[in-house]
Design a protein around this ligand. Structure first.
Ligand code: FES
Ligand SMILES: [Fe+2]
Length: 382
C-alpha cells in the first residue's frame, strides 16, 4: 500500500520551510514567463524561484540569460517588473552597470572609490533558463540541466502551444491559499477524491478510470472515463464548453493528451480543446501559498475566462481570491477549484493538531499512489 512519507512538520514548520527554500527550490525549475514576452535584445522579465529573485534577459546575440536579480555591490534588486533595459542593467542605488551578459561594465567614481577593484570578479550571479512549449523556466542553480527535468515530458502527448494564434490571454487570478504548497500539490494529484468532493461539479472519474503517468519528475493526468480511451476532457468541462459556445482550438479535438500536467514542483498546466491554463504556486510561508493562474482561451470563451470578479472569494480590496470572502458554502458554489481550496485549507488546519496522523493511501495512480511518489521527490532534495 502506498503511504504518507512526510512528517507533519513538513507542512507546518518554519524550519522545514526554510530547508525547502535552501535545498529544493534552489535546484528546481519555476515558471517565470512566456518566451513571447522576450523578443529583442534587452527585453527582460523578473520573478521568483522559491525565495530567489531572478531575471531573464535577452542578450545582444538573441540568447536568453538568467541571473539572480541582485546587484553585486550591496545586493539591491536590479530590474523591476518587465520591459526593455537597453544595452545595460543599471543598479538604481549607486549605478553599478552590467552588460547583458552579466559582466560588470562600470561603476561611478571608480578611480576615487574603488581603485583596486577587478571588475571580472563582480559579474552578476547566474541562474539557469530553459524554454518548453513557449514557457520559460528558471532555476537558481546555474548548473542544472533543463533537459534532465523536462526531457521525459517531451515524449508525452501535448495538446497545443500556449502561443497558438487563436488563443487570447485572460487576466491573472491570484488565490491566497491558507495551506502549505504541498497540500495543494497533493490534492491535485489525488485521483481518489474526484467523484466525492467534486460530486456536484467534476463528478468523477472514479479512481479506476483515471491515471497519472510519470515523466521523470513530471506527471500527466488522463481520464479514461469515456469509451476507455484516454480522453483529456471530463464531461463537466465539455458541458461548460457547450454552455459558452466555445470554439475548439485547431488540432485539439483528438483525444489522447493529458488533461493536467504537474511540473514538479510548482507549475500546473491544464489544457482543454478550448483553452490552456497555466498556474504556478508561490510558497509564502508554511501555511500560505499564492496560486497565480492564467487562462489562454479561444475568443468565444472570453466572457468565461474573465469572470474573476464573479469567482467565489474575490476580494476587491486585495484583488485576490480569499476564502474569508466566500459568500456561500464552498460546496454550493458549483466551482471545483473552490471545493479544492476548501479541502486544502481544512487539511492545513488539521495538520496543526498534535494528534494528526495519516491512514493508508488508496492504491494505484488513479487513487493516491502518486502522493507517495511526490513525497519521495521532496525528500530526495532534503
Ligand atoms: S547596491 Fe547596486 S550599485 Fe550599490
Ligand atoms: Fe480536486
Amino acid at each position: 500500500m502506498p503511504k504518507q512519507l512526510l512528517p507533519r512538520e513538513a507542512y507546518t514548520s518554519a524550519e522545514w520551510f526554510s530547508r525547502e527554500q535552501e535545498n529544493l527550490f534552489s535546484k528546481t525549475w519555476s515558471f517565470i514567463g512566456l518566451a513571447s514576452e522576450i523578443s529583442k535584445p534587452g527585453d527582460f522579465v523578473t520573478g521568483k524561484a522559491g525565495h530567489y529573485p531572478v531575471a531573464v534577459v535577452q542578450n545582444s546575440d538573441g540568447e536568453l540569460r538568467a541571473y539572480h536579480n541582485l546587484c553585486r555591490h550591496r545586493g539591491t534588486e536590479l530590474l523591476e517588473g518587465q520591459g526593455n533595459t537597453g544595452k545595460t542593467l543599471v543598479c538604481p542605488y549607486h549605478r553599478w552597470t552590467y552588460g547583458l551578459n552579466g559582466e560588470l561594465r562600470g561603476l561611478p567614481n571608480k578611480a576615487e572609490c574603488f581603485p583596486d577593484i577587478n571588475r571580472k570578479e563582480w559579474s552578476l550571479k547566474e541562474a539557469s533558463i530553459g524554454v518548453f512549449k513557449g514557457m520559460m523556466f528558471v532555476n537558481p542553480d546555474p548548473k542544472q540541466s533543463f533537459d534532465d527535468w523536462i526531457g521525459p515530458l517531451a515524449g508525452a502527448e501535448w495538446p497545443h502551444d500556449i502561443e497558438d494564434a487563436s488563443l487570447v490571454a485572460g487576466e491573472e487570478f491570484v488565490y491566497r491559499l491558507k495551506c502549505n504548497w504541498k497540500v495543494f500539490f497533493e490534492n491535485a494529484i489525488d485521483g481518489y477524491h474526484l467523484a466525492y468532493l467534486h460530486e456536484n461539479t467534476l463528478g468523477g472519474p472514479l479512481p479506476g478510470l483515471n491515471e497519472w503517468e510519470s515523466h521523470g519528475q513530471n506527471l500527466a493526468w488522463y481520464s479514461t472515463e469515456r469509451d476507455s480511451v484516454r480522453n483529456r476532457i471530463p464531461k463537466f468541462v465539455e458541458e461548460q464548453a457547450s454552455k459558452y459556445s466555445m470554439l475548439t482550438i485547431k488540432g485539439a479535438e483528438e483525444p489522447g493528451y493529458g488533461g493536467v500536467y504537474m511540473l514538479f514542483p510548482t507549475t500546473i498546466v491544464t489544457p482543454s480543446p478550448w483553452s490552456l491554463t497555466l498556474s504556478r504556486m508561490e510558497p509564502v510561508d508554511p501555511d500560505t501559498t499564492l496560486l497565480r493562474a492564467r487562462t489562454w482561451i479561444t475568443k468565444s470563451w472570453m466572457n468565461y475566462a474573465d469572470r474573476l470578479k464573479d469567482t467565489p472569494g474575490y476580494n476587491p480590496q486585495s484583488g485576490m481570491i480569499e476564502s474569508d470572502h466566500w459568500k456561500v458554502h464552498p460546496l454550493e458554489t458549483g466551482d471545483f477549484q473552490t471545493e479544492d481550496v476548501w479541502v486544502c485549507e481544512k487539511m492545513q488546519r488539521s495538520l496543526h493538531s498534535p494528534v494528526y496522523s495519516v491512514g493508508p493511501y488508496s492504491k494505484g495512480s488513479g487513487g493516491e499512489a502518486m502522493l507517495e511518489e511526490f513525497q519521495k521527490m521532496v525528500l530526495g532534495y532534503l
